[in-house]
Design a binder for this molecule. Structure first.
Ligand code: ATP
Ligand code: MG
Length: 429
């Protein structure tokens, strides 16, 4: 009887309904229901009870378009949820998009522990049993969705990340290639930074980029931004990384030398790590050096995917103030070019201007900065690439050595103070 109440949605009565039951920290179980609109609240609780037998579940939640959680405790609320869900399905159909399962989040239940729930069979009254078998999914579309689309999505959805699980919040900044958002990853509860880049490229190139990005999973250094995954949706790629609450160095003014020293050592260690993996950064600059209130300093936006770099370069052609002279004049790019950018990143904008005007490399004013610091920057910015320090020379430089004490508190206190100052200048939100 219940489906009659759906009015405009009654066309959906024969539609297969896939309910994705999200399990805290454990992915999801997909449950295919043949007669969705006739489904009762207690049917759903029954299935949840079989998926999470250790927990007593009395309610569950779903998310509206703003990512707000809405609780379902009765048939009436189920009706509202299904009605909302079918309206999103209609929208997806109209837009020719993949039909996404209905995601629900069991409430008041304990984590399921280490039990293996693979292959679990559940029978309910809502339809023939073979259609009611939840199957563990890692947030990929269930078999009931079109296979070709599912396969395509699997190729394009690298790792655990996908669009449906992400709630975009603030914009962190715009670059030449795209926009970076602070976002919430619903299944893990993690805050992420998601860089979204518009790319009008073929499916072949998309696949190539995804495979080139694979190496990011292997990057494991506390000086390199954590990578959570990437995926394509239509003509845009989203790259999900660790969120750094101090933002990038470009927004900080007048960094005292004892702080800068600790930042420089982290940057040198991050670069040395990348070089050891035969990765050139290619975009060393303050906006790609991130800090957090724990005092960590991490590099981001390094060029692991040649195809991604090329595809972005098609829409943006240009140079920036941090590029080494040999790069600007189109000569070979190597580790030395990253070293130049490292040196120039730690100079003040005023000295950068001098760099553009002068024939000679800019130098830091002696007297204002320590002798080792001036020497370090001067060496990094030798016009001849081969004269610049090699990775091991960078690590052994007196300026770097003196700050290699693993003291994160210095950077942490400085980031916290700077954020506090910024907040007090901005006033209450
Ligand atoms: P370009 O496009 O030339 O590389 P950019 O580095 O300034 O310039 P984006 O990489 O798009 O541009 O980044 C925009 C801004 O987003 C950065 O300046 C930085 O402040 C912020 N940002 C980027 N990644 C993160 C992150 N993981 N955590 C916090 N903030 C970030
Ligand atoms: Mg950047």
């Amino acid at each position: 009887m219940l489906w009659l109440a759906f009015g405009p949605f009654h066309a959906m009565e024969n539609q297969v309904l896939v309910i994705r039951i999200k399990i805290p920290n454990r992915g999801a179980v997909d449950w295919t229901v043949n007669s969705g609109p006739q489904l009762l609240f207690r049917d759903v609780l029954d299935v949840i009870g079989q998926v999470l037998p250790e927990a007593t579940t009395t309610a569950f939640e779903y998310e509206d378009e703003d990512g707000d959680r809405i609780t379902v405790r009765s048939d009436e609320e189920m009706k509202a949820m299904l009605s909302y869900y079918y309206s999103t399905v209609m929208e997806q159909q109209v837009n020719g998009q993949l039909i996404e399962p209905l995601q629900i989040f069991p409430r008041a239940c304990k984590p399921p522990g280490e039990r293996n729930i693979h292959g679990l069979k559940v029978n309910t009254r809502a339809g023939p049993s073979q259609h009611n078998s939840p199957a563990v999914s890692d947030a990929l579309p269930s078999n009931s969705l079109k296979k070709s689309s599912a396969e395509l999505k699997k190729i394009l959805a690298n790792g655990q990340m996908n669009e449906q699980d992400i709630r975009y919040r603030d914009t962190l900044g715009h670059g030449n290639g795209g926009t970076v958002y602070k976002a919430y990853h619903v299944p893990s509860g993690k805050i992420l930074a998601v860089k979204v880049i518009l790319l009008d490229i073929t499916l072949e190139l998309q696949k190539q980029i995804m495979s080139e990005l694979e190496i990011l999973y292997k990057c494991d250094s506390s000086y390199i931004i954590g990578f959570y995954g990437a995926f394509f949706v239509e003509n845009r790629i989203s790259i999900c990384t660790e969120f750094m609450d101090g933002g990038s160095l470009d927004v900080y003014r007048k960094i005292p030398e004892h702080v800068l020293g600790r930042i420089a050592i982290a940057v040198v260690k991050g670069l040395t790590y990348l070089w050891s993996l035969k990765i050139l950064h290619r975009d060393v600059k303050p906006s790609n050096m991130l800090v957090n209130t724990r005092g960590q300093v991490k590099l981001c936006d390094f060029g692991v995917s040649t195809q991604l770099v090329n595809s972005i370069a098609k829409t943006y052609v240009g140079t920036n103030a941090y590029m080494a002279p040999e790069r600007i004049s189109g000569e070979q790019y190597g580790i030395h070019s990253d070293v130049w950018s490292l040196g120039i990143s730690f100079m003040e904008p005023l000295q950068l201007l001098q760099c553009i005007v002068d024939e000679d490399s800019p130098v830091l004013p002696v007297g204002e900065f320590s002798e080792p610091f001036v020497h370090f920057i001067t060496q990094c910015m030798r016009k001849q690439p081969k004269e610049r320090p090699a990775p091991e020379e960078l690590m052994g430089h007196p300026f770097i050595v003196q700050f290699n004490d693993g003291n994160a508190t210095v950077v942490s206190m400085w980031v916290c103070r700077a954020l506090e100052e910024r907040r007090s200048q901005q006033g209450p939100p």
